[in-house]
Design a protein around this ligand. Structure first.
Ligand SMILES: O=C(O)CCC(=O)C(=O)O
Ligand SMILES: [Fe+2]
Length: 284
């Protein structure tokens, strides 16, 4: 068993050092620089940058071929974990230059597939990242915490109705219950200081988040891949909180990249506000 496999099992996340060749990270970063040179006017006019930086860009890999190559290399470097439920495919991705600064959370309410396991978060540093530029944090062992009372939580926010696919207040309350439980159990939070080219993999039940991004003179370029085995159904809070709802099989379209599959598509979504196609944005 590799060290990172053991860390993943015991802690619910692991760091794979030097997983991605620096030349490939530089190629992806150059692609992002070219993307920005071409598209910054559009992004600024539509108020899609935050403090001059890209933030929460969904599926930027459709426009940046270096990110697609990083997906393939990451799957090789993390192969002892990522393929545990079947050969991993790229479901969606997120790209950040300004850190997510997200509070501790589990991904499961938004990446839910019933009893079928297989979803994981795979995070690649394209810059050196530490406490000053929004490092990722994760709570060791939090993947083993039992679910809080989902019925009580549901009824607190949606007493007479079904839970919608997204319910931010319920999501926050769910995570707060887990944060309290982690505290009561004395679980410790690790700040994942990493170098460019390092990789972090987390179990969807692991509490994780992003530190505040204090030093705005530095970017925190990171590429998060949400991976699943082929044709794994992926549901949101309307299923997570309604366990009796049947989850139907899916048949997704894929594009091939190297030895791997990624969900087919050409739309890039900026902060859940606006989408553009690769035709409009270009491919770099
Ligand atoms: O990059 C981060 O700071 C957190 C990202 C995250 O939580 C996710 O992609 O699920
Ligand atoms: Fe997350």
């Amino acid at each position: 068993m590799t060290d990172y496999t053991n860390d993943f099992r015991v802690n619910g996340f692991c760091i794979v050092k030097n997983a991605i060749d620096i030349e490939l990270v530089d190629k992806a970063n150059l692609g992002v620089d070219q993307f920005r040179t071409r598209n910054d006017d559009l992004l600024i006019n539509n108020d899609l940058l935050v403090e001059g930086m890209l933030q929460r860009v969904i599926n930027l890999h459709h426009s940046i071929t270096g990110l697609q190559e990083i997906f393939c290399q990451a799957m090789t470097a993390g192969g002892d974990v990522v393929d545990n439920y079947g050969k991993a495919t790229l479901y969606t991705s997120l790209f950040f230059e300004l850190g997510s600064q997200q509070p501790l959370h589990r991904d499961t309410p938004y990446f839910y597939s019933g009893t079928k396991g297989g979803y994981m978060g795979v995070w690649v540093a394209l810059d050196d990242v530490d406490e000053n530029n929004g490092a990722l944090i994760a709570v060791k062992g939090s993947h083993e915490l039992p679910e809080p009372n989902l019925v009580e939580l549901k009824n607190r926010f949606h007493p007479n109705e079904d839970v919608p696919s997204s319910s931010p207040l319920l999501f926050d309350a769910y995570n707060q219950e887990l944060i309290n439980a982690a505290h009561d159990c004395g679980l410790s939070t690790q700040v994942c200081n990493v170098n460019k080219g390092d990789l972090i993999i987390w179990n969807p039940q692991t509490l994780h988040g992003g530190l505040p991004h204090h030093d705005k003179t530095r970017t925190r370029r990171s590429f998060v891949m949400h991976i699943t085995p082929k044709n794994m159904p992926m549901k949101h809070m309307d299923y997570f909180f309604h366990r009796d709802k049947p989850i139907e099989a899916v048949s997704n379209s894929y594009q091939t990249v190297g030895e791997r599959l990624m969900s087919a598509g050409d739309q890039i979504d900026f902060r859940h506000i606006k989408c553009y196609s690769t035709k409009e944005l270009g491919i770099f």
